[in-house]
Design a protein around this ligand. Sequence first.
Ligand code: ZN
Length: 140
Amino acid sequence: MIGRQTITDEWRSQRVHWHAYVIPRTDSADRRWRLRVVRLDSEPDAVLSSPVAVADWIERLTREHIEPRQTWAAAEQSWVEFGDADDLARSRRLHLVVASHGDSLYVDIPTSSVPLDLFVEAVTHAECDQHNPEGDPAAA
Ligand SMILES: [Zn+2]
């Protein structure tokens, strides 16, 4: 049995790719953006064809926008830094695992101004037939 901590190639058999959206969480932000159906109805900021592309895209945006900050980790009895190399590596691994199962990811990035919400929606060919996943022979 494959645990949820494991990177798999399940996303291939599900024939998904991802539509990614960056939405700043401003007070005036249109609340309809909270709905997947509304997001999928609009042009994505990026189209991602593999779990690695998903993890790369999230990591790039995180590096660009995160405001590094320290938090006390009681379990470890030490200060941990959000946005440092260890944190980015842990997050990247988690994103790879989730995407490899063919799932959507929702990530928020604390910035020096408004938080950014990243919505990475897993879509099937039934939902979108415009983008063929990389390396998926069944999609040709
Ligand atoms: Zn698509």
